[in-house]
Ligand binder design. Structure first.
Ligand code: SER
Length: 896
């Protein structure tokens, strides 16, 4: 191969496709068009053509070619953490691509790429150095390579997951959702020999140089592929990568574009190349290029969105320069000044002086700000280190948190730790890093170098709760017991502690607070925090002293309950996902009308006029779970709040006396103003279920739902119930529903039969009770007849008599029976409140006879049924009919 400069490669690429009838389209700005809110930056050549792929607009030319400025620093395609650590990634790069909008498809695209790469007239790469990958479900593409191009079988590999094409290799998606299709990738093999297996890792000798994507689908929010009206082609070849092949170097940073920049950088810094860490230089150069192009495209450093990315890049350059420990004193702008001509060589700049002034203005401001922030970051690291003593190890998870969330370079952490003789848990750190990378998901655009946004202040109590440090040293500044400010609080006393700063999140915005404890350094005193409230400018920790005591100005260690916080965070993020899902399924008119986020459950109120069908509930659950499954990183951003709105019950970040509102976004799926606790990544939530949906007032419905562990618990409970039920009924799951249905049917049949029988008896009773032995007196039914002839059980008789009471609105039924010298009075009352009166009545009866009666109150006294036994030897001579006369006399005068 003959060496080709980057400039030659650019021209050849365009010329080749021009010769194939393609129209050259200029690179768009790095900022996506106004109507594209799904991307922060243009990250591939196809972005400016999205509407053509979807079929929303008709293109002027159906076959086009472009060299597009791209930035991969946020979203699904994000390379920032690879910079300097792999030779193949850059944040800013140029992507060369040819596109067909429903014109040619797989075959022509493959033929073109092969001709350009291998033909003597063009790039002239030896064919045996190229290796192809194809999605294992895309036989059409495989056959084109094998049959039309004649790729030897050892140079083509089927990759991907046959069971899940959406998340598989060689299935390209523009973002988590949207345009997508199978792809075929062309790799250059830097090794002399061909390799038996294909491993596309960052250390492998294969370099991906060209990606041909066959766009056929739209992946909707329900994770379903929708077929697009047209089939299109989108290819992308990174200029920097193909240049490394055509210039015979293994690293992007060794190609002509970077060589000169690095030379200029060395000269400027006056450092010895051999003793410095090259990775640091690569990061600096890479980021300076991105910074320049972002400023050219009109981005201003700020605390949100694109401006924040620019700020982050500037800060990363500053940090890395700090790591070089250079003696030379200079301002960051001086360095830019040296490099700028080389960087903008290929860009048309109308007024270079104006651009330089702009860069200078931004850099000076940012540098100043960053110093303050760097110190804050060091403070956080110190918080971690406070708990350790010389020789201890700083936990890898914490290091990763610092690195990932606050952008502390590992080397800086190492330096600080070394100076205190603290070792660092590199293994733990790498484990975290790999998990993150393997997921190949993006790093939150706000997760790096974001010290400023992590410390929030309620004017008086500084809130460090977003930092996820669950142990924190601070000082007690106020103690309140029984509404009085006191100097100390002792064992068993309840009260409120206020500290200078806190990591405890107070109950706010419908979300329950952190719980946990305060302990003294010597661990002898413990204050249990069972609630936290924001009160004006302070955060109140409410609880009691479990042991020991605390005094004003005491140093304390704050520890929140991690599990409680994890569950609250899962539920809060889930609530946001649920809200967006509802809007997606029921329409954008859906508004949140109230919510509560507890450890175990979420409730969400919204406006809707009718119950959600089972199908809708299922769809909703499915949608929420599909977002969870995507492992989307949660973005936290702070927007300058120009209108000071003190009514908003939110935390504000205060930085240089500016106020910021906090926004939580989940890709483009959800963006909410929110001060609550959230997980870093949706995947942590695992699972979500709706447990109830009902109306709470006119037009307002409520959803109760569970997530994470409580969703599993809910599931287990349901499964247990189902298992027990099917065991009890000896029916397996498949028959359970129909089985229970038929049991209920049988039961209802029996019930009706039983009712019929009762009715027959009742009719008979009517007849029976019409006899003269039965009569009603003062709403009391007297029953003197023996009813054994009815041949019904006592229970049935009881039910029948009760029915009789209600049918005739009787007070009670008195059932008299006499045997020899014993008279039994059976009472069946229509309410137990009559009992008192029955007592009076019975006493009267006893008095009436004025004999030494042996009176016996008996039987179910609590029920409405009981009986009284009267016995006397003289009774033997009484006829029952005479006895009734006396009874009637006794009843008169008592108002029933
Ligand atoms: N869009 C595809 C990519 O970015 C091909 O250009 O890889």
């Amino acid at each position: 191969m003959i060496f080709k400069s980057s400039e030659e490669i650019r021209f050849m690429f365009l010329d080749f496709f021009k010769s194939k009838g393609h129209h050259v389209i200029k690179s768009s700005s790095l900022i996506p068009t106004l109507n594209d809110s799904s991307l922060l930056f243009v990250n591939s050549g196809m972005n400016q053509f999205k509407d053509f792929f979807y079929g929303f607009k008709k293109p002027k030319y159906n076959e086009v070619v472009s060299i597009q400025k791209c930035l991969r620093i946020s979203g699904k395609h994000n390379d920032i953490n690879n910079i300097g650590y792999t030779s193949r990634h850059n944040t800013f790069f140029e992507m060369m691509g040819n596109f067909s909008f429903s014109s040619y498809f797989k075959k022509e695209a493959i033929m073109y790429s092969w001709e350009l790469l291998t033909s003597k007239k063009w790039f002239n790469i030896p064919q045996n150095k190229l290796v192809i990958t194809v999605n294992s479900l895309d036989y059409e593409t495989y056959n084109i390579w094998v049959k039309d191009i004649n790729i030897p079988k050892e140079n083509i590999f089927l990759v991907g997951n046959n069971n899940n094409i959406i998340d598989s290799d060689n299935f390209w998606k523009i973002s988590y959702f949207g345009l997508c299709g199978t792809s075929t990738e062309i790799f250059y093999n830097f090794n002399d020999k061909s390799l038996k297996n294909f491993h596309n890792t960052k250390n492998s000798s294969y370099l991906e140089i060209w990606n041909l994507v066959f766009i056929e689908y739209n992946l909707n929010y329900l994770n379903k592929l929708e077929v697009l009206p047209n089939k299109s082609v989108d290819t992308g070849m990174g200029l920097e990568r193909i240049a490394s092949v055509l210039q015979g170097v293994k690293s992007n940073f060794e190609i002509d574009i970077f060589k000169n920049l690095i030379y200029l950088l060395y000269n400027f810094l006056g450092i010895n190349v051999s003793i410095i860490n090259k990775n640091i230089l690569y990061i600096i150069i890479d980021h300076i290029r991105s910074i320049v192009f972002l400023i050219i495209d009109g981005i201003v450093p700020s605390s949100n969105d694109r401006g924040y990315i620019l700020r982050k890049l500037i800060r990363r350059v500053l940090l890395n320069i700090k790591l070089l420990s250079i003696k030379k004193n200079f301002e960051l702008f001086d360095l830019f000044n040296v490099l700028i001509d080389d960087i903008i060589k290929y860009e048309y700049i109308k007024n270079k002086e104006k651009l330089l002034n702009k860069i200078k203005y931004f850099l000076i401001k940012e540098e100043k700000k960053f110093l303050i922030i760097l110190n804050k970051g060091l403070e956080i690291l110190n918080c971690y280190l406070l708990k350790l003593k010389s020789g201890d190890i700083l936990n890898g998870d914490l290091i990763f948190k610092l690195y990932d969330t606050f952008g502390f370079p590992l080397d800086l952490i190492k330096d600080v730790c070394n100076s205190r003789n603290i070792n660092i848990d590199l293994h733990g750190f790498n484990k975290n890093l790999n998990i993150q990378k393997n997921k190949s998901r993006y790093y939150s655009k706000f997760n790096i170098s974001n010290f400023a946004t992590s410390i929030v202040c309620c004017d008086k109590t500084f809130f460090y709760g977003y930092l996820n440090i669950n142990k924190f040293n601070t000082k007690i500044i106020s103690i309140i017991v029984n509404n009085d400010n006191v100097n100390e609080i002792c064992i068993n006393q309840s009260g409120i502690l206020i500290t200078k700063d806190t990591i405890f999140y107070p109950e706010l915005g419908g979300q329950r607070s952190d719980i946990g404890k305060f302990i003294s350094k010597d661990k002898k005193s413990v204050f249990i925090v069972n609630n936290v409230k924001k009160n004006g400018n302070y955060i109140f920790h409410i609880g009691y002293i479990l042991k020991g005591m605390f005094k004003l100005n005491d140093n304390v260690i704050l520890i929140y309950d991690e599990y409680n916080r994890e569950m609250l965070s899962c539920n809060h993020t889930c609530l946001h996902i649920l809200y967006s899902s509802l809007k997606l399924l029921l329409g954008s008119k859906i508004k949140i009308k109230g919510s509560s986020i507890k450890k175990k459950k979420i409730t969400f109120d919204f406006n809707y006029f009718k119950p959600l069908s089972e199908k809708k509930i299922f769809k909703l659950e499915y949608l929420v779970n599909s977002i969870i499954k995507k492992n989307i990183f949660i973005n936290e951003s702070f927007i300058n709040d120009k209108v000071e709105n003190n009514n908003l019950n939110l935390f504000y970040l205060k930085e240089n006396f500016n106020r910021y509102l906090r926004f939580i976004s989940i890709d483009n799926f959800s963006r909410e103003k929110c001060c609550g606790l959230h997980v870093n990544n949706t995947g942590i939530i695992n699972l979500f279920f709706i447990i109830k949906e009902y109306s709470i007032s006119h037009g307002i419905r409520r959803i109760e739902a569970v997530s994470s562990d409580y969703a599993f618990k809910y599931f287990y409970k349901k499964r247990l119930l189902l298992n027990n039920l099917s065991k009890f009924l000896s029916l397996n799951d498949n028959f359970l529903f129909n089985g229970v249905k038929s049991i209920i049917k049988k039961f209802n049949l029996l019930k009706n039969k039983y009712k019929d029988i009762l009715n027959i008896y009742l009719e008979n009773l009517n007849y029976f009770f019409s006899l003269k032995e039965c009569f009603v007196y003062k709403k009391i039914f007297f029953l003197v007849k023996d009813v054994t002839f009815l041949k019904i059980s006592k229970n049935i008789l009881y039910i029948l008599l009760k029915k009789l009471i209600f049918r005739f609105k009787l007070q009670f039924i008195l059932f008299l029976r006499k045997k020899d010298y014993i008279i039994n009075l059976y009472f069946l009352l229509n309410s137990k409140f009559l009992k008192e009166k029955i007592n009076i009545f019975v006493k009267k009866v006893v008095l009436f006879f004025n004999k030494e009666n042996n009176i016996n109150f008996n039987a179910n006294k609590n029920k409405n049924f009981f009986y009284v036994k009267l016995s006397n030897n003289e009774f033997i001579n009484f006829k029952l009919i005479e006895f009734i006369k006396y009874i009637k006399l006794c009843i008169s005068g008592i108002y029933f």
